[in-house]
Design a protein around this ligand. Sequence first.
Ligand code: SF4
Length: 389
Amino acid sequence: MLPADPMTTANLLDFDLEGLAAFCERLGEKRFRATQLFRWIHQRGASDFSLMTDLAKSLREKLAGTARVEALQVLTQNESADGTIKWLFDVGDGNAVEAVFIPEDDRGTLCVSSQAGCAVGCRFCSTGHQGFSRNLTTGEIVAQLWFAEHFLRRHLKRDERVISNVVMMGMGEPLQNYAALVPALRTMLDDNAYGLSRRRVTVSTSGVVPMIDRLGQDCPVAMAVSLHAPNDALRNDLVPLNRKYPIAELIEACKRYLAHAPRDFITFEYCMLDGVNDQPEHARQLVELVRKHGISCKFNLIPFNPFPASGLLRSPQARVLAFAKVLSEAGLVTTVRKTRGDDIDAACGQLAGDVKDRTRAAERLAARRRTIVLHPARSHAASTTAEEP
Ligand code: SF4
């Protein structure tokens, strides 16, 4: 059989259940057929309509002419000594994105990308240094989970679910790809698909304030915020989006989000950068900040994974622990993230893929770095990336 023509057929991975029901109606089918189809695709990993034997033959024939289930092509797969697996997926036009599976005793977490590159341009992030090409479609976001879940079931010879948690912490700023993100999240949560708990799906954001509010209304899940600095001067330098949405506005948005969130705290991610944001004074400023806003939160300190273009170094472990102690002694729950998969460049902030930069973001970051080297007094404080509560 010839492969379905992508120009004239719909990729069913682009639809949440509601979208698939509307598609079935357009084919003259009852909405409940969408539930059957959705289960075949997401729960059983099927992509060949002819094998979906409980669907009427007439429907299977209609689907063959109008629809497809389009997986992403795997360019590379790397497995770390600690069991972490990283895939590089081709998304066309010379772009490739990465997804990472992190196995633990009590859970399996998939870190998923939302964009080819990222336009935010955080200094400590490898993706940010590559610039931005385009948003992923819903289908391309979901395809990372679809592929990983069914690959892992076959690989581990398991019949039941392998991936229990998803973190939108791969390449990209998910809230700058909102329209594609929300149906993808709904598919992850749907009991007819992956059935993940809202508490176990985490969106990580660098702080797109209006979209934090919308997500609270449309599809609340757990939230992690890449804070990385205790004051605006430092955060402006590390996370350029801070110039648009400064810390006070961001934290107030987090407080509003908590009214809808499945967890009663926000996780603040804080990448520890040697001599930049890792001093006791920065920890004390964080304590003050949190107290001033009265936000319920946890801190996750992330050892920085250095890469040459960043010009930044990892904080020594003793400094990270001292920093954590200041926060803990002030009553803030604080964890230090375990580094996973760093032998295959799959650790936090290391995801790079391949990006045809259309924004000159990489160039701008390089220029900023030159300025900082020339004027070191500017780089005095703060930090970085994400994980799950
Ligand atoms: S940390 Fe996140 S928001 Fe910042 S550049 Fe990297 S991918 Fe983009």
